[in-house]
Each structure stands twice: as structure tokens, then as C-alpha cells.
Design a protein around this ligand. Structure first.
Ligand code: ATP
Length: 203
């Protein structure tokens, strides 16, 4: 059975934490394909400083250009409205009826999962793959995993070692404040930000 994963996010912008996470999961779980899916609108985030979906999609395409097993998908952007992961997983299960589905998420999102729309259905549709991030370490993830197993009959795998201490917020602020940020992004993404004067980039 092939292993198909979804990795969603606002990707505002996509950074080396995202590409590093996908690379790690592809390798560790021998995934056959990962769909990287930028949201149209992210339900639990304040969307006011959100860049247009097309820019976020374009940056994802550049960031994952060299990943043979990654498809960057506009499925949530075309759907419009609030982007619920459960809806996307349902669509993926129709496109890939014979496959095992996985959901890749960082520790911060993992801890919030019960707040997500139809959380129980998410766990029944996909095995969740998560990784430590910032102050959410493997111990914190393990106890939450136990809780989800009990409450939702969830299947969860934890990657203990964090990927990189990077966030999109950090990058947006660095661009705005003219601080160094290029080392936190794939080269083509930082070029794109500069060329399109995103995040109040100024020469
Ligand atoms: P923001 O700073 O705008 O909140 P973000 O850096 O958290 O953004 P998102 O696009 O919201 O990026 O993240 C998409 C997914 O990638 C989430 O599941 C998030 O937990 C995960 N993720 C983002 N950065 C990292 C990182 N450095 N390590 C591990 N997971 C990450």
C-alpha cells in the first residue's frame, strides 16, 4: 500500500523548517508522496497580515522544486473559504483510495489538534506524524499522544529531534526590520521575496 502524506500550512513564507520537516518525514517513514498544501484561509490564525495565496503557493513551488516526491497543491486555495484539514484529507482519500494517509504537523499544531474542525475524523482518516519544536519536546508530545490514543483512537508517530528553530513570523519580522533572514529560507524563496517586495521588503 502506498504511503501518501499531507502537509498543510499558511507558509507565509515557506522556510527551512518546512522543507527540513518534509525531508525528514519522507526519509524516516518511507513516504511515497507528500502533498504540500498552502491554506486559503487558516482558521485558527489571525489572517490579517496574510499574504495572497498565490504568492504563498508560488513560494512553496520554488521551495520544493527539487523534491521528486513532493506535489505542491492548490486544492485548498481553489476551494476558498476556511481551509479545514479534514476536508482536504477527505479529498485525498478519494483521489488515493488504496493508500495509507498521513498528516505531517509540527508540535505546536499537534498540541492544538482537538480544536481543529472534526478532529476525531482527522484521526480516523490519517496517521499523524509530528516533531518537537521550540519548547514542545518529545516528552510533552508523548503524553499528548497517549491522550489522543485514548480519546480519539489516534495513530501517532513522534520524531524526537527538532528540525530548525525557525518560524514564518521570525522571517516576516526580520525582512521588515532589515535583519538577516536569507539563511532561514531556500535561496529561490528569498529571491522571490526580494523581487516582489514582500513583507515590506525595501532595497
Ligand atoms: P507562523 O510563524 O506564521 O505562525 P509557522 O512558521 O508556524 O508560521 P506554518 O505555515 O503555520 O508556519 O506551519 C505549517 C506547519 O509546519 C505546522 O504544522 C507547523 O507546526 C510546522 N512547522 C513550521 N515550522 C516548523 C519548524 N521549524 N519545525 C517543525 N515544524 C514546523
Amino acid at each position: 500500500m502506498s504511503k501518501i502524506a499531507m502537509f498543510g500550512g499558511s507558509f507565509n513564507p515557506v522556510h527551512i523548517g518546512h522543507t527540513g520537516l518534509v525531508a525528514r518525514m519522507l526519509k524516516q517513514f518511507e513516504l511515497d508522496k507528500v502533498y504540500v498544501i498552502p491554506t486559503f484561509s487558516t482558521p485558527l490564525k489571525d489572517n490579517t497580515p496574510m499574504l495572497s495565496p498565490i504568492h504563498r503557493l508560488n513560494m512553496c513551488k520554488l521551495a520544493f522544486e527539487d523534491f521528486k516526491k513532493v506535489s505542491v497543491s492548490d486544492i485548498e486555495i481553489l476551494r476558498e473559504g476556511k481551509s479545514y484539514t479534514v476536508d482536504t484529507l477527505k479529498e485525498l482519500s478519494i483521489i488515493h483510495p488504496q493508500s495509507e494517509l498521513f498528516l505531517i504537523i509540527g508540535a505546536d499544531s499537534f498540541m492544538q489538534l482537538p480544536l481543529w474542525h472534526e478532529a476525531e475524523r482527522i484521526f480516523s482518516l490519517a496517521t499523524v506524524l509530528t516533531v518537537s519544536r521550540d519548547d514542545i519536546d518529545a516528552d510533552a508530545l508523548s503524553s499528548t499522544k497517549a491522550l489522543y490514543e485514548q480519546k480519539y483512537n489516534a495513530n501517532v508517530f513522534i520524531v524526537k529531534d527538532p528540525i530548525a528553530p525557525v518560524s514564518s513570523t521570525l522571517i516576516r519580522n526580520a525582512v521588515k526590520n532589515k535583519e538577516e533572514y536569507k539563511h532561514l529560507l531556500p535561496v529561490k524563496v528569498s529571491d522571490y521575496i526580494r523581487k516582489n517586495s514582500l513583507y515590506a521588503y525595501e532595497d
